[in-house]
Design a protein around this ligand. Structure first.
Ligand SMILES: *Cc1c(COP(=O)(O)O)cnc(C)c1O
Length: 456
């Protein structure tokens, strides 16, 4: 497939990273930006397109992060930009709660069509992934009249009060060293995840891991007290953990038996990222509600909850929404992005990225001995780093590899409860040669870091 790019798709470094202009911006930032907002990369972006990020010093990086799985269609996709320009020229806001407009309705139609299941579906639009999760839980509680919500080990659902409670990892999300953002929202329960690489019994099946979680739910709450089970079909921040086959279907079945709302948090996995419109499809599950955000609108802030019409309709008028939710410019961006996803077959592109990358990552793991697990789906792939030959998490080598890749002009993100995972989330429109080049850099940097370990 050939893509048209606005920027030359070429990695090139002109200065050290950060260069002088980025350093000057960092100094200004020091004075005015709160320390709680940290950036993984020290360079400031000037332009971005396809698989390339250009910084203010003219350095061009290969992007393997997509701004955390957001710019799947690229950071300046023509259909997104065109939609935004057109809509902004007419009106930028009315508030859908005051005077509605077509774009909001059209995005909800698309969500109903693209998500799994042919039952009647409805949707509401919000601003962020966390807000989508908050609203899914509100819907589940009203619809069931129950309050308990079950989330899983290694889960990430956001940074608001309720979603911090749902998130598993303490630092940095729920507090810092000896500090806390709590008290957290009550009536949240944590169930054991299926994490094949770290199971004590490596033989445990997905269905058995689900029974383990169900036993916990039954003993601590009882099925009839549970409003919702929320789970990422492939965990994102937790380290791209793919549960064993059968885990998700058994949980969904248990939820159905008990009248529990099954929420798939597809904020990171949605919209072609895993080689399907939604990751739930890989396991043939049909969630009652799906939360969406990240990849949805080509970078503009837009999120949603989509699912069974009777659940969305259980909420009284005025119970959901917000000033900005479903902003018309963001909706125009989403409609443009959906068009690109279809026309450029980004599901096929995500599968192709896996086809190219996975064998190379597996070879790298075999060669270096510091990667315990290669996993993921589609263009959502991860390497879990461990002590050579062992299973102890190694977060230090991940930091060194990310810094090493940056110095070579490749942007890579970390993840994982133990900070020991490198995750690849390239824009789905990245060219194959550029992707291969970035993987060469990652391999060389990883070899060097692993070699330094065994040497010393
Ligand atoms: C990123 C993420 C969120 C939170 O989204 P924000 O837009 O940052 O609020 C929630 N759930 C999952 C699975 C995510 O990856």
């Amino acid at each position: 497939m050939t893509m048209d790019y606005r920027l030359e798709q070429k990695r090139s470094l002109r200065t050290d990273v950060p260069g002088p202009r980025s350093a000057a911006l960092a100094a200004r930032r020091e004075n005015v930006v709160g320390a709680g907002v940290a950036s993984a990369q020290p360079f400031y972006v000037q332009d971005a397109d396809g698989g390339i990020l250009v910084d203010v010093d003219g350095n061009a990086f290969i992007d393997l992060g997509s701004g955390i799985a957001v710019t799947s269609v690229g950071a300046s996709d023509a259909a997104v930009v065109g939609g935004v320009r057109e809509q902004a020229g007419h009106f930028t806001h009315t508030c859908f709660l005051v005077s509605p407009y077509e774009g909001y309705v059209a995005v909800c139609e698309a969500l109903a069509e693209l998500t799994p299941g042919r039952h009647a579906k409805k949707a509401v639009l919000l601003n962020s992934g966390a807000e989508a999760v908050e609203n899914a839980v509100k819907v589940a509680r009203i619809a069931t009249g129950r309050s308990a919500v079950v989330a899983f080990d290694h889960a990430f659902h956001g940074r608001t009060n309720l979603t911090m409670a749902l998130t598993a990892k303490n630092a940095p999300y729920k507090g810092g060293d000896g500090t806390t953002f709590g008290p957290f929202a009550p009536e949240i329960y944590r169930a054991p995840m299926s994490y094949p690489f770290r199971e004590e019994n490596p033989e445990i099946t997905g269905a058995q891991a689900a029974e383990r979680a169900i036993r916990m739910m039954e003993s601590q709450i009882g099925g009839h007290g549970i409003a919702a089970i929320i789970i990422e079909p492939v965990q994102g921040e937790g380290g791209f953990i793919v549960p064993a086959p059968g885990f998700l279907p058994r949980l969904a079945e248990y939820a159905r038996e008990q009248g529990i709302v099954f929420i798939a948090d597809e904020v990171q996995t949605g919209f072609c990222r895993t080689g399907a419109w939604f990751a739930s499809e890989h396991e043939g599950i049909v969630p009652d509600l799906i939360t969406v955000a990240k990849g949805m609108a080509g970078g503009l802030p837009l999120a949603g909850v989509v699912g069974r019409a009777e659940l969305l309709d259980a909420v009284h008028g005025g119970g959901l929404g917000g000033t900005y939710g479903g902003n018309p410019v963001a909706c125009a961006a989403a409609l443009g992005a959906f068009g690109t996803m279809r026309e450029a077959d980004l599901n096929g592109r995500a599968r192709r990225i896996e086809e190219i990358a996975r064998p190379r990552l597996e070879a790298l793991a075999a060669e270096t001995g510091v990667v315990g697990d290669v996993r993921g789906r589609g263009a959502m792939l991860a390497l879990e780093f461990v002590t050579p030959g062992g299973t102890e998490p190694d977060a230090e080598i991940v930091k060194r590899i990310i810094a090493g890749c940056r110095a070579e002009g490749v942007v890579i993100l970390s993840a994982g409860t133990y900070g020991n995972v490198i995750r690849l989330l390239p824009p789905l429109v990245i060219g194959e040669d550029l992707l291969a080049e970035a993987l060469d850099v990652l391999a060389a940097v990883t070899r060097a870091a692993a070699g330094a370990l065994t040497a010393g």
